[in-house]
Structure formats: structure tokens, C-alpha cells
Design a protein around this ligand. Structure first.
Ligand SMILES: Cc1cc2nc3c(=O)[nH]c(=O)nc-3n(C[C@H](O)[C@H](O)[C@H](O)COP(=O)(O)O)c2cc1C
Length: 368
């Protein structure tokens, strides 16, 4: 078999590979985005921008880390960083130049605005004039911005998601992905609202609200800013199981919507799992911060190996392949009962009888 084809077309955009830098420090300006494209990343979601960066004031420190007791490796990462504090006009020039220099790389503008139709219209119109390929709407940053009724304050309320995505779709001429917060009980509710309003894709997850810990010398919470703290957004390896569950739920609920999977991806094997649960692209933020942009070679090689082992010739063949294996608890119990009975009676029932037995057990359990 030839080496597998890692490229994929998503909402009409051709990604040469599914590896996209997630919005955050890795896409903080044109210089580093250009460097990542040179190294082979398929695309980049830029650090979230807004019209008036003068309102964005960051603190130092703004990160806290959770380390493995055994290896001291960073397994969880908390941040209280806000969106980009770089001027909007500077960003517009940089995006235009990046598209000129890297026409085949997918450049996605993450945008956020206040809860006003005219503000969203303005940011969409001005940003799409630069030639960017798509928008990702940050409806999900869990810290700082919600105090201004932005970010997660929008994304946790399905009716606001629907309204804001609708405003964007009124003027957008390029694909629109809505980025979801995991800080909700039912991840399909805000996703459904966004899809109803015309979102072309769903990105998930943003960070999980968290308190990384307390400094036992000072008794102050981390990260400590002049003695005080706020809950921040948790990311990195520790969030991967939660992110996989959110992706799975949304992929099962909306089979026709493209998904960009995010959360704790650091290796090709991590990425493969997101793809198997329905992601068309994968985004990496903390992994690139901790391990460097250079991991892209390893990511591509390892994903290619996994595809080859399972005889997936192209990436689209792999998307969602593990989704059919989620079911209800009642069905698991029925399957197990049937399998045990099968083992008990010896392997003398043919496959059809066995299937019939499962169906009967499931019926009995669900009607009781
Ligand atoms: C330091 C930091 C800054 C971030 N800034 C943004 C941002 O500006 N906009 C956004 O949509 N997500 C932002 N994120 C969230 C990431 O894009 C991503 O959704 C999340 O961290 C989970 O993925 P990861 O485990 O690969 O980091 C940020 C994450 C980190 C760690």
C-alpha cells in the first residue's frame, strides 16, 4: 500500500494534513504562524482577536501546571490568559500577508466580540477582507471574558449561541466553526443551537474551568497574582478523556457537521482517537507549547503508521470509525448476558441465533 493520504477537505477547504495549531500562544503573531507553516502544520487557528484590544489586560503569572508524581512531566495546564492584546489593525495586515505567503495553508481567524450584532458584523467583514479561509467563533473562553458577557457566557447559553452564529452567518462569506465550551452538562445543546443557526463546523473543546492547586508555603491559590487568583482554563493531557467524550457526543448527534477535535492531543495516537470519534481536523495548543512546533513531523509519521496498520488509504475513511461502538448501558448488559450464555452452552449457536438473542435481551431490558 502507498503511504496513506493525510489530506482532507473540510467545508471546501483543503488541509494538507489534519494538524492545526489551536487558538492560543502558538498562533500569537504572523512570525510564529509562518514558522509553523514552514515546519509542516496543515493550518492554524490564530489567537482570538477582537476589535478593541485596549480592553484586554493580562496578568503575570497566568499559567499553573499539574505534574505527574512519577515522572514530573506536565500532565495538566491551567491558564488565566485572555484573548489577544495585539491591535486589530496589526492583525489585519499580518493575516493578509500570511495568506499571500502561504496560500495553501489553512488560516482560520478566531474572533470574539461583545453581545452586539453590529460589533460581530464589523469584525466578520473586516477580517474576511484579509483572505482568511474560515472563522472560528470563540464562544467558550471560561475566564476573564465572561465578566464582560463574552466567551463562555455566550457559549453556555444555547439561545445566545444561536443568535451570535446567526449574526455571523448574515455577513460571512467563508465557513464558520463555532468553538464550544466543555463547562456545560449537555454538549449537544449549544452545538445544536449553533448548527441550527448555520454553523458549518463545531470545534471542541475549549478549556475546562479549574483550580490547579494551592501553594502550601503561602496558602494562596495558583496561579497567584499579587496574592490572589481566579479559576482558570484547564488543558493538556489530563483533559483528553473529557474532550473525547464531548467530540463523541456531538459527532453522534450531528453526523453531517464537520468537527475539529481539541483537548490534550500531543501525539499521532492521540489525534487518531479524535479522528476515530468523528473529528475531521485536530487542534493542538498546549502540546505545541510544551513540546514545540517541531512535533509536527512525529505527529504526521505516527498518524500515517496507524492509518497504514488499519488500511485506511485516506483520512476521510477513518473519520468516525469507532462511533458505532457506543451504545446504552442496557445494551451492554444484554450483550454480556448473551455472550456468557453463548460461552456456557458451547459455541454451537450460529451467528444469527446469537444476534437474535441479543435483540431479545435488549427488548426485554428496555421494555421492563
Ligand atoms: C495559554 C492558553 C491560551 C489560550 N487562548 C485561547 C484563545 O485565545 N482562544 C481560544 O479559542 N482558545 C484558547 N485556548 C484554548 C485552546 O485553544 C484549546 O481549546 C484548549 O487549550 C484545549 O486544547 P489543548 O489541550 O491542546 O491545549 C488557550 C489555551 C491555552 C493553554
Amino acid at each position: 500500500m502507498q503511504s496513506p493520504d493525510l489530506s482532507i477537505v473540510v467545508n471546501g477547504m483543503k488541509f494538507e494534513n489534519p494538524f492545526v495549531l489551536g487558538s492560543g500562544p502558538p498562533g500569537t503573531n504572523a512570525r510564529v504562524i509562518g514558522k509553523s507553516f514552514d515546519l509542516g502544520w496543515g493550518g492554524c487557528v490564530i489567537k482570538t482577536i477582537s476589535l478593541d484590544s485596549s480592553k484586554v489586560i493580562n496578568t503575570a503569572p497566568r499559567y499553573a501546571k499539574l505534574r505527574s508524581r512519577e515522572t514530573n512531566e506536565v500532565v495538566g495546564f491551567e491558564n488565566i490568559e485572555l484573548i489577544s492584546d495585539r491591535p486589530f489593525d496589526v492583525w489585519m495586515k499580518e493575516l493578509k500577508q500570511l495568506k499571500k505567503d502561504y496560500p495553501s495553508k489553512m488560516l482560520i481567524a478566531s474572533i470574539m466580540e461583545e453581545y452586539r450584532r453590529d460589533a460581530w458584523h464589523e469584525i466578520v467583514k473586516r477580517t474576511q477582507d484579509t483572505g482568511v479561509d474560515a472563522f472560528e467563533l470563540n464562544l467558550s473562553c471560561p475566564h476573564g471574558l465572561p465578566e464582560r458577557k463574552m466567551g463562555m457566557a455566550m457559549g453556555e447559553d444555547p439561545s445566545i449561541c444561536e443568535e451570535v452564529v446567526g449574526w455571523v452567518k448574515e455577513v460571512s462569506t467563508i465557513p464558520v466553526w463555532a468553538k464550544m465550551t466543555p463547562n456545560v452538562g449537555d454538549p449537544t445543546a449549544p452545538a445544536r443551537a449553533s448548527v441550527n443557526a448555520g454553523a458549518d463546523g463545531i470545534s471542541l473543546i475549549n478549556t475546562i474551568l479549574s483550580v490547579t492547586g494551592i501553594d502550601l508555603t503561602t496558602l494562596r491559590p495558583l496561579p497567584t497574582v499579587e496574592g490572589y487568583s481566579v479559576p482558570g482554563g484547564y488543558s493538556g493531557q489530563a483533559v483528553r478523556p473529557i474532550a473525547l467524550r464531548h467530540v463523541m457526543e456531538v459527532a453522534r448527534a450531528f453526523p453531517n457537521v464537520t468537527i475539529s477535535g481539541i483537548g490534550g492531543i500531543e501525539t499521532g495516537a492521540d489525534a487518531a482517537q479524535f479522528i476515530l470519534l468523528g473529528s475531521h481536523t485536530v487542534q493542538i495548543c498546549t502540546g505545541a507549547m510544551l513540546r514545540g512546533y517541531e512535533i509536527i513531523d512525529e505527529l504526521k509519521t505516527d498518524l500515517g503508521k496507524i492509518m497504514a496498520e488499519h488500511k485506511f488509504e485516506k483520512l476521510a475513511d477513518m473519520v468516525g470509525k469507532s462511533l458505532p461502538y457506543f451504545t446504552t448501558h442496557a445494551d451492554l448488559v444484554a450483550r454480556q448476558k448473551a455472550a456468557k450464555a453463548e460461552r456456557h452452552h458451547g459455541n454451537n449457536r450460529d451467528a444469527d441465533t446469537w444476534k437474535g438473542a441479543i435483540a431479545k435481551e435488549t427488548d426485554a431490558l428496555t421494555t421492563n
